[in-house]
Ligand binder design. Structure first.
Ligand code: SAM
Ligand code: SF4
Length: 331
Protein backbone atom coordinates (compact mmCIF):
# COMPACT_ATOMS: atom_id res chain seq x y z
CA UNK A 1 0.00 0.00 0.00
CA UNK A 2 1.33 3.42 -0.87
CA UNK A 3 3.05 5.43 1.82
CA UNK A 4 3.48 2.55 4.30
CA UNK A 5 7.12 1.50 4.72
CA UNK A 6 7.66 -2.25 4.29
CA UNK A 7 8.40 -4.61 7.16
CA UNK A 8 12.14 -4.44 6.93
CA UNK A 9 14.63 -5.72 9.49
CA UNK A 10 18.10 -4.47 10.41
CA UNK A 11 19.63 -6.49 7.56
CA UNK A 12 17.40 -5.14 4.82
CA UNK A 13 15.17 -8.22 4.58
CA UNK A 14 11.62 -7.30 3.62
CA UNK A 15 8.94 -9.50 5.18
CA UNK A 16 6.01 -10.57 3.02
CA UNK A 17 5.06 -14.00 4.43
CA UNK A 18 3.24 -14.76 7.67
CA UNK A 19 3.00 -18.31 9.05
CA UNK A 20 0.01 -18.64 11.32
CA UNK A 21 -0.30 -21.57 13.68
CA UNK A 22 -3.96 -22.27 14.45
CA UNK A 23 -3.44 -24.97 17.07
CA UNK A 24 -0.69 -26.81 18.91
CA UNK A 25 -2.77 -30.02 19.00
CA UNK A 26 -2.00 -32.87 16.66
CA UNK A 27 -3.29 -36.32 15.74
CA UNK A 28 0.26 -37.61 15.10
CA UNK A 29 3.34 -37.65 17.32
CA UNK A 30 6.20 -37.30 14.84
CA UNK A 31 9.51 -38.02 16.55
CA UNK A 32 11.12 -34.92 15.04
CA UNK A 33 8.42 -32.61 16.36
CA UNK A 34 6.28 -33.66 19.33
CA UNK A 35 6.73 -35.56 22.56
CA UNK A 36 4.71 -38.76 22.96
CA UNK A 37 2.93 -37.25 25.95
CA UNK A 38 2.16 -33.73 24.83
CA UNK A 39 0.54 -31.07 26.98
CA UNK A 40 -1.45 -28.57 24.94
CA UNK A 41 -2.41 -24.97 25.56
CA UNK A 42 -5.84 -24.45 27.10
CA UNK A 43 -8.29 -23.49 24.36
CA UNK A 44 -8.93 -20.04 25.78
CA UNK A 45 -5.27 -19.21 25.21
CA UNK A 46 -5.56 -19.84 21.45
CA UNK A 47 -6.36 -16.85 19.29
CA UNK A 48 -9.92 -16.75 17.96
CA UNK A 49 -10.50 -16.50 14.21
CA UNK A 50 -11.37 -12.83 14.65
CA UNK A 51 -8.10 -12.20 16.49
CA UNK A 52 -6.10 -14.04 13.83
CA UNK A 53 -7.82 -12.11 11.05
CA UNK A 54 -7.09 -8.85 12.84
CA UNK A 55 -3.36 -9.61 13.05
CA UNK A 56 -3.42 -10.66 9.38
CA UNK A 57 -5.19 -7.46 8.42
CA UNK A 58 -2.64 -5.24 10.18
CA UNK A 59 0.23 -7.35 8.80
CA UNK A 60 -1.18 -7.06 5.27
CA UNK A 61 -1.20 -3.29 5.61
CA UNK A 62 2.53 -3.56 6.38
CA UNK A 63 3.24 -5.60 3.27
CA UNK A 64 2.48 -9.22 4.18
CA UNK A 65 1.17 -10.90 1.02
CA UNK A 66 1.06 -14.62 1.74
CA UNK A 67 -0.41 -16.46 4.71
CA UNK A 68 0.41 -20.09 5.56
CA UNK A 69 -1.73 -21.88 8.11
CA UNK A 70 0.02 -24.52 10.13
CA UNK A 71 0.20 -26.02 13.61
CA UNK A 72 0.15 -28.59 15.29
CA UNK A 73 -2.32 -30.03 12.85
CA UNK A 74 -4.36 -27.16 11.39
CA UNK A 75 -7.19 -29.40 10.15
CA UNK A 76 -7.97 -30.23 13.78
CA UNK A 77 -9.07 -26.64 14.31
CA UNK A 78 -12.85 -26.62 14.03
CA UNK A 79 -14.25 -24.75 11.00
CA UNK A 80 -10.85 -24.10 9.45
CA UNK A 81 -12.48 -23.26 6.06
CA UNK A 82 -14.26 -20.39 7.82
CA UNK A 83 -10.89 -18.93 8.82
CA UNK A 84 -9.53 -19.45 5.31
CA UNK A 85 -12.49 -17.52 3.93
CA UNK A 86 -11.85 -14.67 6.39
CA UNK A 87 -8.16 -14.52 5.50
CA UNK A 88 -8.67 -14.70 1.74
CA UNK A 89 -10.86 -11.60 2.11
CA UNK A 90 -8.15 -9.56 3.85
CA UNK A 91 -7.14 -6.72 1.51
CA UNK A 92 -3.60 -7.16 0.24
CA UNK A 93 -3.40 -10.93 0.79
CA UNK A 94 -2.55 -12.71 -2.48
CA UNK A 95 -2.50 -16.30 -1.29
CA UNK A 96 -3.56 -18.44 1.65
CA UNK A 97 -1.96 -21.88 1.98
CA UNK A 98 -2.16 -24.75 4.49
CA UNK A 99 0.49 -27.22 5.66
CA UNK A 100 -1.15 -30.41 6.95
CA UNK A 101 -0.30 -33.99 7.82
CA UNK A 102 -3.21 -34.93 5.56
CA UNK A 103 -5.05 -37.22 7.99
CA UNK A 104 -8.26 -35.21 7.80
CA UNK A 105 -7.82 -33.97 4.27
CA UNK A 106 -10.20 -36.40 2.57
CA UNK A 107 -13.05 -34.91 4.61
CA UNK A 108 -11.92 -31.30 4.33
CA UNK A 109 -10.34 -30.81 0.90
CA UNK A 110 -13.56 -29.67 -0.77
CA UNK A 111 -14.45 -27.21 1.99
CA UNK A 112 -10.97 -25.72 1.96
CA UNK A 113 -10.96 -25.34 -1.81
CA UNK A 114 -14.41 -23.70 -1.75
CA UNK A 115 -13.17 -21.29 0.91
CA UNK A 116 -10.46 -20.06 -1.46
CA UNK A 117 -7.42 -21.98 -0.25
CA UNK A 118 -4.79 -21.58 -2.96
CA UNK A 119 -2.18 -24.11 -1.99
CA UNK A 120 -1.66 -27.30 -0.03
CA UNK A 121 1.50 -28.72 1.50
CA UNK A 122 1.12 -32.24 2.81
CA UNK A 123 3.73 -33.82 5.05
CA UNK A 124 4.54 -37.45 4.32
CA UNK A 125 7.77 -39.20 5.22
CA UNK A 126 7.10 -42.82 4.36
CA UNK A 127 4.91 -44.86 2.04
CA UNK A 128 5.14 -47.96 4.19
CA UNK A 129 2.78 -48.35 7.15
CA UNK A 130 5.66 -49.54 9.35
CA UNK A 131 7.89 -46.64 8.33
CA UNK A 132 5.03 -44.19 8.74
CA UNK A 133 4.32 -45.41 12.27
CA UNK A 134 7.98 -45.48 13.22
CA UNK A 135 8.17 -41.77 12.44
CA UNK A 136 4.65 -40.53 13.23
CA UNK A 137 4.19 -42.90 16.19
CA UNK A 138 0.56 -43.34 15.18
CA UNK A 139 -1.10 -45.06 12.22
CA UNK A 140 -2.69 -43.14 9.36
CA UNK A 141 -0.87 -43.68 6.08
CA UNK A 142 -4.05 -44.82 4.28
CA UNK A 143 -5.84 -41.67 5.39
CA UNK A 144 -3.03 -39.43 4.15
CA UNK A 145 -3.12 -41.16 0.76
CA UNK A 146 -6.90 -40.76 0.61
CA UNK A 147 -6.45 -37.10 1.53
CA UNK A 148 -3.98 -36.61 -1.30
CA UNK A 149 -6.40 -38.20 -3.75
CA UNK A 150 -9.19 -35.92 -2.56
CA UNK A 151 -6.96 -32.87 -2.87
CA UNK A 152 -6.10 -33.84 -6.43
CA UNK A 153 -9.77 -34.24 -7.29
CA UNK A 154 -10.41 -30.75 -5.94
CA UNK A 155 -7.89 -29.39 -8.43
CA UNK A 156 -5.38 -27.87 -6.03
CA UNK A 157 -2.48 -26.71 -8.19
CA UNK A 158 0.86 -28.36 -7.61
CA UNK A 159 0.38 -30.12 -4.29
CA UNK A 160 3.63 -30.20 -2.34
CA UNK A 161 4.81 -33.06 -0.21
CA UNK A 162 7.19 -32.29 2.65
CA UNK A 163 9.48 -35.06 3.86
CA UNK A 164 11.97 -34.64 6.70
CA UNK A 165 15.30 -36.42 6.13
CA UNK A 166 16.88 -38.04 9.17
CA UNK A 167 19.98 -40.20 9.05
CA UNK A 168 19.29 -43.67 10.38
CA UNK A 169 15.53 -43.22 10.03
CA UNK A 170 14.32 -42.14 6.61
CA UNK A 171 16.91 -43.37 4.07
CA UNK A 172 14.82 -46.33 2.91
CA UNK A 173 11.83 -44.08 2.24
CA UNK A 174 13.56 -41.63 -0.08
CA UNK A 175 13.33 -43.52 -3.37
CA UNK A 176 9.80 -44.93 -2.99
CA UNK A 177 8.52 -41.50 -1.97
CA UNK A 178 10.27 -39.81 -4.88
CA UNK A 179 8.97 -42.32 -7.42
CA UNK A 180 5.45 -41.99 -6.03
CA UNK A 181 5.54 -38.19 -6.22
CA UNK A 182 6.87 -38.21 -9.79
CA UNK A 183 4.16 -40.63 -10.84
CA UNK A 184 1.36 -38.70 -9.12
CA UNK A 185 2.58 -35.23 -10.09
CA UNK A 186 3.30 -34.07 -6.53
CA UNK A 187 6.14 -31.68 -5.86
CA UNK A 188 8.30 -33.40 -3.27
CA UNK A 189 10.56 -31.41 -0.99
CA UNK A 190 13.08 -32.89 1.39
CA UNK A 191 13.62 -30.86 4.56
CA UNK A 192 16.71 -31.22 6.72
CA UNK A 193 16.07 -32.21 10.32
CA UNK A 194 16.24 -29.10 12.53
CA UNK A 195 16.83 -28.94 16.30
CA UNK A 196 13.17 -28.31 17.09
CA UNK A 197 12.08 -31.77 18.26
CA UNK A 198 10.33 -31.70 21.63
CA UNK A 199 12.36 -34.63 22.94
CA UNK A 200 15.60 -32.78 22.21
CA UNK A 201 17.18 -35.82 20.61
CA UNK A 202 18.48 -33.82 17.64
CA UNK A 203 22.14 -34.24 16.96
CA UNK A 204 24.13 -32.88 14.00
CA UNK A 205 25.04 -36.44 13.00
CA UNK A 206 21.34 -37.12 12.24
CA UNK A 207 21.13 -34.36 9.66
CA UNK A 208 20.87 -36.15 6.34
CA UNK A 209 21.76 -33.27 4.06
CA UNK A 210 19.83 -32.26 0.97
CA UNK A 211 23.06 -32.69 -1.00
CA UNK A 212 23.28 -36.34 0.06
CA UNK A 213 19.65 -36.99 -0.84
CA UNK A 214 20.13 -35.30 -4.19
CA UNK A 215 23.17 -37.45 -4.99
CA UNK A 216 21.13 -40.57 -4.23
CA UNK A 217 18.28 -39.41 -6.48
CA UNK A 218 20.65 -38.57 -9.33
CA UNK A 219 22.38 -41.93 -9.04
CA UNK A 220 19.19 -43.98 -8.87
CA UNK A 221 16.75 -41.97 -10.99
CA UNK A 222 18.66 -39.61 -13.25
CA UNK A 223 20.39 -36.23 -13.52
CA UNK A 224 18.64 -33.20 -12.09
CA UNK A 225 18.61 -29.72 -13.55
CA UNK A 226 18.36 -26.77 -11.14
CA UNK A 227 15.40 -24.45 -11.67
CA UNK A 228 15.64 -20.71 -11.57
CA UNK A 229 13.36 -18.88 -9.18
CA UNK A 230 12.20 -15.29 -9.17
CA UNK A 231 11.06 -15.54 -5.56
CA UNK A 232 13.96 -14.29 -3.42
CA UNK A 233 12.37 -15.58 -0.19
CA UNK A 234 12.08 -19.10 -1.55
CA UNK A 235 13.82 -21.42 0.95
CA UNK A 236 13.89 -24.44 -1.36
CA UNK A 237 16.24 -25.20 -4.19
CA UNK A 238 14.14 -26.96 -6.80
CA UNK A 239 15.29 -29.29 -9.55
CA UNK A 240 13.71 -31.01 -12.52
CA UNK A 241 14.35 -34.29 -14.26
CA UNK A 242 14.54 -33.80 -18.01
CA UNK A 243 11.95 -36.54 -18.46
CA UNK A 244 9.54 -34.98 -15.97
CA UNK A 245 9.04 -34.43 -12.26
CA UNK A 246 10.33 -31.90 -9.77
CA UNK A 247 12.05 -32.28 -6.47
CA UNK A 248 13.25 -29.65 -4.02
CA UNK A 249 15.50 -29.38 -1.01
CA UNK A 250 15.10 -27.18 2.04
CA UNK A 251 18.61 -27.33 3.41
CA UNK A 252 17.85 -25.32 6.52
CA UNK A 253 20.82 -26.69 8.45
CA UNK A 254 23.62 -27.19 5.90
CA UNK A 255 22.75 -24.25 3.62
CA UNK A 256 20.71 -21.80 5.73
CA UNK A 257 18.62 -19.34 3.76
CA UNK A 258 18.50 -16.79 6.61
CA UNK A 259 19.95 -14.04 4.40
CA UNK A 260 16.81 -14.26 2.20
CA UNK A 261 14.25 -14.98 4.91
CA UNK A 262 10.99 -13.05 4.48
CA UNK A 263 8.96 -14.85 7.15
CA UNK A 264 7.23 -13.84 10.28
CA UNK A 265 5.31 -16.20 12.56
CA UNK A 266 2.24 -16.06 14.76
CA UNK A 267 1.90 -18.91 17.26
CA UNK A 268 -1.47 -20.41 18.10
CA UNK A 269 -1.37 -18.65 21.47
CA UNK A 270 -0.80 -15.29 19.84
CA UNK A 271 2.94 -14.72 20.07
CA UNK A 272 4.67 -13.05 17.14
CA UNK A 273 8.11 -14.50 16.33
CA UNK A 274 10.68 -13.40 13.79
CA UNK A 275 12.32 -16.84 13.43
CA UNK A 276 11.68 -20.52 14.09
CA UNK A 277 14.73 -20.36 16.34
CA UNK A 278 13.85 -17.12 18.06
CA UNK A 279 14.19 -17.20 21.86
CA UNK A 280 12.06 -14.05 22.23
CA UNK A 281 8.38 -13.53 21.41
CA UNK A 282 6.11 -10.51 21.12
CA UNK A 283 2.78 -10.94 22.90
CA UNK A 284 0.04 -9.98 20.44
CA UNK A 285 -2.63 -11.84 22.40
CA UNK A 286 -2.22 -9.68 25.47
CA UNK A 287 -2.37 -6.60 23.30
CA UNK A 288 -5.46 -7.80 21.43
CA UNK A 289 -7.25 -8.72 24.64
CA UNK A 290 -6.43 -5.50 26.46
CA UNK A 291 -7.98 -3.24 23.84
CA UNK A 292 -4.77 -2.43 21.95
CA UNK A 293 -5.45 -0.53 18.73
CA UNK A 294 -4.07 -1.19 15.24
CA UNK A 295 -1.26 1.26 15.81
CA UNK A 296 -0.08 -0.67 18.87
CA UNK A 297 -0.26 -3.90 16.88
CA UNK A 298 1.71 -2.29 14.07
CA UNK A 299 4.40 -1.22 16.53
CA UNK A 300 4.55 -4.72 18.03
CA UNK A 301 4.99 -6.32 14.59
CA UNK A 302 7.59 -3.77 13.52
CA UNK A 303 9.53 -4.19 16.78
CA UNK A 304 9.56 -7.95 16.30
CA UNK A 305 10.87 -7.66 12.73
CA UNK A 306 13.45 -5.03 13.71
CA UNK A 307 14.89 -7.40 16.33
CA UNK A 308 15.47 -10.27 13.90
CA UNK A 309 18.94 -11.75 14.05
CA UNK A 310 21.10 -12.16 10.98
CA UNK A 311 20.95 -15.97 11.10
CA UNK A 312 19.74 -18.88 13.23
CA UNK A 313 23.32 -19.94 13.97
CA UNK A 314 22.59 -23.68 14.41
CA UNK A 315 26.17 -24.33 13.32
CA UNK A 316 27.71 -21.93 15.87
CA UNK A 317 28.77 -22.71 19.47
CA UNK A 318 26.50 -19.92 20.72
CA UNK A 319 23.37 -21.62 19.33
CA UNK A 320 20.57 -21.81 21.86
CA UNK A 321 17.53 -24.00 21.24
CA UNK A 322 14.24 -22.16 21.54
CA UNK A 323 12.17 -23.15 24.58
CA UNK A 324 9.32 -24.29 22.36
CA UNK A 325 9.32 -27.22 19.94
CA UNK A 326 8.13 -27.20 16.34
CA UNK A 327 4.48 -28.11 17.07
CA UNK A 328 4.26 -25.21 19.56
CA UNK A 329 5.70 -22.69 17.11
CA UNK A 330 4.26 -23.77 13.78
CA UNK A 331 6.49 -25.04 11.01
N1 SAM B 1 0.99 -30.91 11.20
C1 SAM B 1 1.27 -30.29 9.97
C2 SAM B 1 2.24 -31.09 9.15
O1 SAM B 1 2.86 -32.00 9.69
O2 SAM B 1 2.36 -30.77 7.95
C3 SAM B 1 1.74 -28.86 10.08
C4 SAM B 1 2.74 -28.55 11.16
S1 SAM B 1 4.33 -29.31 10.98
C5 SAM B 1 5.16 -28.68 12.40
C6 SAM B 1 5.00 -28.40 9.59
C7 SAM B 1 6.19 -29.01 8.92
O3 SAM B 1 7.29 -29.00 9.80
C8 SAM B 1 6.00 -30.45 8.49
O4 SAM B 1 6.29 -30.59 7.12
C9 SAM B 1 7.01 -31.21 9.31
O5 SAM B 1 7.52 -32.31 8.63
C10 SAM B 1 8.06 -30.15 9.56
N2 SAM B 1 8.88 -30.41 10.75
C11 SAM B 1 8.45 -30.67 12.00
N3 SAM B 1 9.51 -30.81 12.85
C12 SAM B 1 10.61 -30.63 12.10
C13 SAM B 1 12.01 -30.65 12.39
N4 SAM B 1 12.47 -30.88 13.63
N5 SAM B 1 12.88 -30.41 11.38
C14 SAM B 1 12.42 -30.18 10.12
N6 SAM B 1 11.13 -30.12 9.79
C15 SAM B 1 10.22 -30.36 10.76
FE1 SF4 C 1 1.94 -33.20 14.13
FE2 SF4 C 1 2.94 -32.02 11.95
FE3 SF4 C 1 4.37 -32.18 14.25
FE4 SF4 C 1 3.92 -34.39 12.88
S1 SF4 C 1 5.08 -32.60 12.16
S2 SF4 C 1 3.67 -34.14 15.10
S3 SF4 C 1 1.94 -34.02 12.05
S4 SF4 C 1 2.54 -31.03 13.95
Amino acid sequence: MTGVPPLVDGFGRIHTDLRISVTDRCNLRCTYCMPLEAVFKPREELLTFEEIARVADVAARLGIRTLRLTGGEPLLRRDLPKLVRQLVAVPGIDEVAVTTNGLLLAEQAAGLRDAGLARLNVSLDSLGEAGFERIARRPGLDRVLAGLEAAKRQGFPEIRINAVSIRGLTEADILPLTRFCRREGFHLRFIEFMPLDAEEAWDPSQVLSGAEVRRLLEREIGPLVAERTDDPGQPAIDYRWVDGGRVGFINAVTRPFCDRCDRLRLTADGQVRNCLFSTVEWDARRLLRSGGDDEALTTLIRDCVAAKRAAHGIDTPAFERPARAMYQIGG
